[in-house]
Design a protein. Structure first.
Ligand SMILES: Cc1ncc(COP(=O)(O)O)c(C=O)c1O
Length: 426
């Protein structure tokens, strides 16, 4: 029997229960498009859950999954390893800069955050230093496990439980639209410097290269390079969360590549498997892993999951790397993203739009209110473009396989949606 609040027994995450009845149902996806139960096709301008970076139904990814399903679905990662996970770990070591050579495979971005924090905190114990303070952005989003959610100061992630270690949240010194100047970089760095200088020594600073769920905030150029220097000065580990930005989303393979830095720990998920199967990774430097080989914690990492590094998911991830290289998807992300940003910037003349910002294939349109954003997103969906909006910001992040024609269509339909919403608000 169905409950009184809904006609469905499915409890969807992060969605008010009162809004779940009669909502959109997606039944099919091909290339850069998805179809709803009524038969209507949409240009998928949100890449599934920001993870369908190679588009939907890609034959090479389906083939990689089918082949691995037949060969070996998965095996106990505590008893043995298998080729797909071994290959993926060594390919990540080749792809990532510097000493980032040691990878632990998991299922979700939140688990990657959880593992990264445990590794960082254990690292300090391993070398005999008592550090446990973690510094993050207030507008950060690092996931939804108990630890990961505590790192975020966003209103929707607020929890009633106390964090198990001190967490310091850095608020943006200016509105997102004012965060692209050299002065804003100075102001932001000054806040991180103060947090690192004040209080007990920090164990780690954990940031996203672009604040994704915090409003698609593009951070000032050079900020990460200066943050790297600060962390070095204070001996704190720098953890980069590449769950949202990694694998080409921002027009470079990783978000931190824009600043040419090497973090100490990197978390990855979403695009790693193109969204075909759940997969995440944490990669750390060889010198961090080295401290886990010594006594008394020689048992290594006391963290892991039954399906972590699932063989089929790992095989798909290896195929994703091939597809990305063969189809030049990072280059396409940079090129299509630049066209999209330039075209959508024209919307800044609309009375409803307060800012348009972006990096690679993450473009955000900030509206003057959450209601305007909802109206624009609804008009875009009506015209056949799927976007997502949160707290007044409409996010456009299509698959990296988007074509010139798709980009032109997105520009035309989203601009039309803004006009329709503006006319209704007059
Ligand atoms: C930057 C970032 N980190 C972590 C996560 C959590 O990933 P997951 O939803 O797979 O747990 C997300 C999810 O959106 C994210 O954007």
């Amino acid at each position: 029997m169905h409950s009184s609040t809904s006609t469905s027994s499915l409890w969807r995450p992060w969605t008010p229960i009162t809004q779940q009845a009669g909502s959109l149902r997606i039944v099919e996806a091909r290339g850069n498009r998805v179809r709803d139960a009524e038969g209507k096709w949409y240009l998928d301008a949100i890449s599934g859950v920001l993870n369908a970076s190679c588009g939907h139904g890609h034959p090479r990814l389906i083939e990689a999954a089918s082949r691995q399903f037949e060969q070996l679905v998965h095996y106990d990662p505590m008893v043995s390893s298998h080729d797909p996970a071994e290959t993926l770990a060594s390919r990540l070591a080749e792809l990532l800069p510097g000493e980032l050579n040691e990878t632990c495979l998991l299922n979700s971005g939140s688990e990657a955050t959880e593992a990264a924090l445990r590794i960082a905190l254990q690292y300090w114990r391993n070398i005999g230093e008592d550090r446990n303070r973690v510094i993050t952005f207030e507008a950060a989003y690092h996931g939804t496990t108990y630890l990961a959610q505590q790192l975020s100061g966003l209103p929707f992630t607020a929890s009633e439980w106390a964090p198990p270690f001190p967490i310091e949240h850095i608020a943006l010194p200016a509105a997102p639209c004012a965060m692209r100047t050299e002065e804003s970089a100075d102001a932001l760095i000054a806040l991180f410097a103060k947090a690192l200088e004040t209080g007990p020594p920090a164990a780690a600073v954990m940031v996203e290269p672009l604040l994704g769920l915090g409003g698609c905030v593009v951070l000032p150029a050079g900020f990460l390079a200066r943050l790297r220097q600060l962390c070095d000065q204070h001996g704190a580990l720098l953890i980069l969360d590449e769950v949202f930005c990694g694998f080409g989303r921002t027009g470079r393979m990783f978000g931190f590549d824009h600043d040419g830095i090497t973090p100490d720990i990197v978390t990855m998920s979403k695009g790693i498997s193109g969204g075909y199967l759940p997969l995440a990774a944490v990669t750390v430097t060889s010198s961090i892993k080295e401290t886990f080989i010594r006594e008394p914690i020689a048992q290594g990492l006391r963290y892991g999951h039954t399906t972590g590094g699932h063989a089929v998911a790992s095989n798909v991830a290896n195929a994703v790397l091939d597809v990305m290289a063969d189809e030049k998807l990072v280059e396409n992300s940079a090129a299509q993203g630049a066209t999209l940003l330039e075209g959508l910037r024209k919307l800044e003349s609309s009375p409803l739009i307060t800012d348009v910002r972006g990096l690679g294939l993450v473009v955000a349109i900030e509206a003057d209110s959450p209601e305007s954003a909802a109206d624009i997103a609804a008009a875009a969906a009506q015209a056949g473009v799927m976007t997502r909006h949160e707290r007044g910001v409409i996010r456009i992040a299509p698959p990296l396989t988007i074509t010139d024609d798709d980009t032109a269509e997105a520009l035309q339909k989203i601009s039309g949606a803004v006009d329709i919403a503006a006319a209704a608000h007059r």
